[in-house]
Ligand binder design. Sequence first.
Ligand code: HEC
Length: 103
Amino acid sequence: MLLRFSLILCFLSFLFFSCQNKSASKEINSKHLYDKECSICHGTEGIPSIKNAKNLQKSTITESEIKQIILKGSLQMGMPSFENRLKISEVDSLVAYVKSLRK
Ligand code: HEC
């Protein structure tokens, strides 16, 4: 009886931990995403590496404006639109990351 109980317990904890791992790997790594999609122009720290790009450390725009520019871009100035390239959850995590770069 005791053996059976511990086997069940073992199985349940296995399920629990394997599910936990799954959700952890699904979590968006916003730094990784930023480094991949944005740092070419805005630099890894938010200091621009191309002429027109804005310094994200000194940016003062609101969260919804940040979200808007990531979605729509600023085509004349040279920022591409990410609307069709990123999931909305990824855009939201980038908004938070961009704000965290401010000094
Ligand atoms: C090809 C170059 C390029 C890439 C890639 C790029 N940007 Fe930009 N970004 C720009 C340029 C240029 C501007 C200035 C636009 C303007 O002045 O209208 C800008 C402006 C911004 C602004 C507005 C800042 C302010 O204070 O007005 C934000 C926020 C921003 N980018 C975030 C991002 C994020 C997040 C990514 C990645 C998903 C990204 N950008 C990718 C070129 C780029």
